[in-house]
Write a protein that binds this ligand. Structure first.
Ligand code: SF4
Length: 75
């Protein structure tokens, strides 16, 4: 994670990549504080245990492909 030209950049190594706060883009106290300039970051910091981490769990479900269904019925 680093701060440049008024923006916070998160890197692959940061725990943020799998954090629901980062995915939703709003509710992270650390990112908000950095973005508002309340706290500053010297150099690069890898976020590994910030204390606010909430794992983002993807919920995927299979749906029927209607186009394929139509193609199959036309044959
Ligand atoms: S809560 Fe922590 S892990 Fe999540 S986005 Fe904020 S700094 Fe990253």
């Amino acid at each position: 994670m680093y701060f440049e030209d008024g923006s916070v950049f998160v890197e692959k190594q940061d725990q943020c990549m799998t954090c629901s706060n980062f995915v939703k883009g709003v509710a992270c106290p650390l990112l908000q504080a950095l973005g508002m300039g309340v706290v500053t970051l010297d150099g690069v910091m890898y976020v590994t245990n910030c204390g606010f981490y909430k794992e983002h769990v993807r919920h995927l479900r299979l749906i029927q492909n209607d186009e394929q269904k139509i193609d199959n019925t036309e044959e």
